[in-house]
Design a protein around this ligand. Structure first.
Ligand code: 5GP
Ligand code: ZN
Length: 142
């Protein structure tokens, strides 16, 4: 993957189109929310606009508004399901900032006091676990 990745070779576009699997929490006409495959913490989810834009500077205003509204709804669901001490909202722009998938996405990561901080997990999560988390978050999402 590089910073010139287009929609045809984009893993998130493949997920949005249903060509690649993901554990979805929520979807509407503008956005989709699914579990991060390499979670930095249990409950780590991504809010992704359906329209491909590489980073913050390539996303339509209406999509940014939808993402920001969704972050409140997802934040409430994360609180209800995981009862975290805090929730980190992260969004990386450019490889130099740590971005690895060049289709805009907002990370929402439950945090517990005293735990080391990170955006990227080391291990691929178990699918059954992610499916269970996505289902619980979907139920709590409002
Ligand atoms: P970035 O580093 O670009 O801000 O974050 C990309 C995120 O996407 C990472 O946290 C990574 O674990 C996640 N990710 C990469 N590939 C996949 C995938 O195929 N499916 C899902 N659900 N998450 C992915
Ligand atoms: Zn894409």
């Amino acid at each position: 993957m590089d910073e010139t990745m287009d929609a045809a070779s984009c893993i998130f576009c493949a997920i949005i189109a249903g060509r690649a699997p993901a554990h979805r929490v929520y979807e509407d006409e503008r956005i989709v929310i699914f579990m991060d495959l390499f979670p930095a913490h249990e409950g780590h989810a991504l809010i992704v606009p359906k329209r491909h834009g590489e980073n913050l500077f390539g996303v339509e205003d209406e999509d940014l508004e939808a993402i920001m509204r969704a972050s409140v709804s997802l934040g409430k669901a994360l609180r209800a399901v995981f009862a975290p001490d805090g929730i980190a909202v992260m969004q990386l722009n450019g490889a130099a900032a740590g971005q690895t998938v060049f289709h805009y996405h907002m990370h929402m990561i439950p945090r517990m006091a005293g735990e080391p901080f990170g955006v990227h997990g080391k291990n691929r999560a178990d699918d059954a676990r992610l499916a269970d988390q996505a289902a619980r978050l979907a139920t709590a999402y409002a």
